[in-house]
Design a protein around this ligand. Structure first.
Ligand code: AMP
Ligand code: MN
Length: 285
């Protein structure tokens, strides 16, 4: 799930409170390319008796495609990952300047300042901030159109050149004692075969899990993805990928799970021990 540390609408503590209210007992905060929201979320989680797995969703590149990799990081960020997160923040700044130049060519004057106005003063800029700036300037009717015309895959604002390679990022996560999870493998419009090659590269790099269910998805597709995970010994992650209230997804909501052989990511040895040893105020887990 995402907070105001990246492109989510709720402050970390408010996100955790909403999760608690909805009966979520185990959650991961996975803001884009940052762990800045984790201390606030962890304090709220401790108060409310739910378990928070610190995490981040890192932007990477694989064969020219922008691929997101979630790091579930019970020990937080250290070593190469800590340095990597600093580099990601600088990459995001450089990328925002490039996106701004391209949006200016499309008629959005002072694009960087306008995106910053949307984001507020603190967090690193992302494409959703430019999407909202395009809407605010009246250049497109809504965010979906902004992505479809100007910021989505293959469009002018889809700037990926700044991101590190997939295998490098997986290495950072594993070296920090984390579990690397390939995010939403169904979202890139890949053929089944190409998705298999992506999963192969991910496993070869040391990746341990993939997102099996991301919000709502077709049950046949979910069953088929389970086979691709099972064939490669990958653990399955599930989640809402929650960004903001009022949309079709709330924390803890996702498609029902078909029966499948893949083990859940919280059973991965790296996380299972931490979870078993958790005794929150409510003794919830
Ligand atoms: P960035 O991290 O700057 O590449 O922005 C990625 C974020 O943009 C994703 O996490 C989504 O929240 C959002 N996004 C990507 N594609 C779309 C889309 N077609 N419509 C709305 N939001 C999108
Ligand atoms: Mn993502």
């Amino acid at each position: 799930m995402h907070s105001t540390a990246s492109d989510g609408a709720l402050a970390p503590a408010d996100l955790v409170a909403l999760c608690a209210q909805r009966g979520v007992r185990l959650m991961a905060l996975t803001d884009h390319d940052t762990m800045a929201g984790v201390p606030e979320a962890a304090a709220a989680a401790a108060d409310l008796g739910i378990m928070l797995v610190p995490g981040t969703e890192l932007s990477t590149l694989w064969q020219g495609i922008g691929i997101h990799v979630v790091g579930l990081l019970p020990e937080g960020a250290s070593g190469e990952l800590a340095a990597g997160l600093e580099a990601q923040a600088r990459s995001r700044e450089a990328r925002a300047r490039t996106i701004a130049e391209r949006m200016e060519k499309l008629g959005l004057d002072n694009a960087l300042a306008r995106a910053r106005e949307q984001a507020g003063p603190y967090r690193p800029l992302g494409r959703p901030d430019f999407a909202r700036a395009l809407v605010a300037a009246g250049l497109v009717p809504d965010v979906a159109t902004a992505f479809r015309k100007h910021l989505g895959s293959g469009k002018a604002g889809d700037v990926k050149a700044h991101w590190p390679a997939l295998d490098e990022v997986v290495g950072w996560i594993v070296a920090a004692g984390g579990v690397a999870v390939l995010a939403h493998p169904l979202r890139h419009g890949l053929t089944r075969r190409k998705r298999g090659l992506l999963l192969d590269s991910f496993v070869e790099a040391g990746g341990q899990a993939a997102e099996w269910v991301n919000g709502f998805q077709n049950a046949d597709v979910t069953r088929d993805l389970a086979r691709q995970l099972d064939e490669r010994g990958l653990y399955a992650s599930l989640g809402s990928d929650f960004h903001f209230p009022g949309g079709h997804l709330a924390p803890g909501s996702m498609s029902p799970l078909p029966r499948a052989a893949v083990p859940p990511v919280w059973a991965h040895p790296t996380l299972a021990g931490v979870i078993a040893n958790y005794h929150g105020p409510a003794g919830a887990l």
